[in-house]
Design a protein around this ligand. Sequence first.
Ligand code: NAP
Length: 432
Amino acid sequence: MRHVAVIGSGPAGYYTAEACQKIFGDDVRVDIIDRLPVPYGLIRFGVAPDHQSIKAVAKRYETVALSGNVRFVGNVSVGRDVSIAELQSLYDAVVLATGAPNDRSLDVPGGALPGVVGSAAFVGWYNGHPDFAALNPPLHGPGAVIIGNGNVALDVTRILAKTRDEFAGSDIVGHALDALDHSGVKRITVLGRRGPHQIAMTPKELGELGHLQRATPVVEPADFPPLGDDALLEPGMRKSVTHLRDFIPMSATPKEIAVEFNFFAMPVAVEGEGRVERIIVERTRLDDQLRSIGTGERYVIPCGLVVACIGYQTPPIEGVPYEHGRGRFANTDGRILPGLYCVGWARRGPSGTIGTNRPDGYLIADHLAIDIGAGAAKQGREGLDALLTSRGVDVVNFRDWQKIEAAEVARARDGAPREKFVSLGDMMGARR
Ligand code: NAP
């Protein structure tokens, strides 16, 4: 029997378990350990609440979770309740599927002023992550600045711009819905340090901005390269840029909220008396390798909120080799050390779609087939259970999670799929 511990119950974790099932059949036992009492990681806490169709992939993970050879071991924190070394002594392989939940910091003067928040915190707030439920971001407006030209910047912008009605059918948590309902934000500036041809926004997500009830995207035609240059782009990127160009005529008919795209615009400082009041931006140009270079020309955007959507990193774990520049574990195709692996964003860094994690999971399972043979008669789950019981850890299993889930569904607003519990106490209480 092969015993595998996967740390993290997001997409990378579940695809790894699914791959192990496919490859090893009944000759494997996989424990998916999560520090939270609820599974699915990025699906629950990262994917936007108004993108329910993307969240539907959780049903696939549920099928994996309900099979006899895979367990969810929730409310167990690696490092606090059990160490990596202990897991390695109990399992043939330990796979870190811890994602990249930490923000990359905005390294400019004033970047830590109150009112500057990272996207992990902001997204965690509206998605009900217990770590960020109390964030209470300043929404007094009228200005808010979003830094970054990726899909997370688009998510944050859209959430700030939507009306209460537009959240119908979403699972945005009540505290965020109410706060956004009273928001005074009227101008959302999206800063890209490079140009329209260098965005990291996908077409569907960018297109949504053109169909909001009370917000209009505003772009500056002079920022665009000649139309003919779009033909050089790969098709997805060309579609995204076409959406941006479609925003040009919309810019002339503003609605209540303006979503202003500032390209070639790099944040250089955040200022204010004890909290954010303005951001200083430097205009940029591109060098011959398409990197942004400051031109020295600066301007000021008044704002009460800055959300830095500039990428994520994996939290380091003591004793596990880490690549600081890239914010992920040091690894060769997912292998870190003998018996220790990483997968998904913890392996690659924060890029790609949810589906990208599927081949990642299979890659790791293929490695395991070579590296651990038929297993080394380790204790596996029995050993872990004994250890956690001896330490008084209150483990949440998948049936417990299903009770929490049923309670969340039962208390949903009209038309919403669920109203998430946002505190660990409420989650733990709901399973009883
Ligand atoms: P991302 O796609 O890597 O975008 C990060 C953005 O931040 C880039 O525009 C980057 O500009 C900019 N940036 C980085 N450092 C900066 C700095 N110091 N100052 C100013 N700008 C800076 O990351 P993400 O938006 O966090 O998304 C992560 C992954 O999740 C992506 O693969 C994304 O597609 C995916 N995602 C998908 C969806 C969806 O499909 N619906 C939703 C959310 C996220 P440069 O290009 O100049 O470096």
